[in-house]
Design a protein around this ligand. Structure first.
Ligand code: PNS
Length: 161
């Protein structure tokens, strides 16, 4: 049973991400959720906060590890001795950029393949970006993110004024 890396910014982790993580945990021996530490765009949550929220949300999954990485994803995958990169696909709109990344990653590291998992349909509209926008504008995000994230999102936006 292979070991996989599920990479992302997770700013913050949503129920859509958790859907992929939980399904990977059932299907693979070991799942490493790899948080990109040096996100290009200014993240709402620090790397430490993003890691902490993921660790809280994945605490019930014994074969899931949450780790941070910077630099090239394929270097991290090689370093960790993982077999595959797993990416979630929500809609056809995700496909173009995911294809580009998967092909580039294969050019950089031909032995590393990317597996795509379709996000369950109820999460197909969900993204960290849209969750932050709804929360900023006072909308309810309770059914879009895990409870630990909802609470931190509220606190963070309150402290931002
Ligand atoms: O959640 P995101 O922001 O869509 O995740 C993007 C991520 C982290 C998977 C991607 O930006 C990435 O792999 N970054 C690491 C740098 C890298 O390897 N770049 C070349 C990929 S083609």
């Amino acid at each position: 049973m292979p070991k996989v890396v599920y990479p992302g910014s997770f700013d913050p982790v949503t129920n859509g991400h958790m859907n992929i993580i939980e399904r990977c945990a059932e299907r693979f021996e070991q799942v490493i959720v790899a948080v990109l530490v040096n996100v290009e765009k200014e993240p709402l949550f620090s790397a430490q906060e993003r890691l902490e929220m993921l660790r809280l949300c994945c605490g019930h999954l014994p074969n899931v590890e949450v780790d941070g990485f910077s630099g090239l994803l394929v270097d991290y995958v090689r370093r960790r001795g993982a077999d595959f990169i797993v990416k979630g696909l929500r809609a056809i709109s995700d496909f173009e950029s995911e294809l580009q990344q998967a092909l580039m990653n294969r050019r950089l590291a031909p032995e590393v393949d990317t597996l795509f998992m379709m996000t369950d349909v109820e999460y197909s509209f969900l993204s960290s970006h849209i969750v932050k926008e709804i929360a900023r504008l006072g909308g309810a995000v309770g059914n879009l993110v895990p409870p630990a994230v909802e609470e931190r999102l509220r606190r963070k936006l309150r402290s931002e004024g």
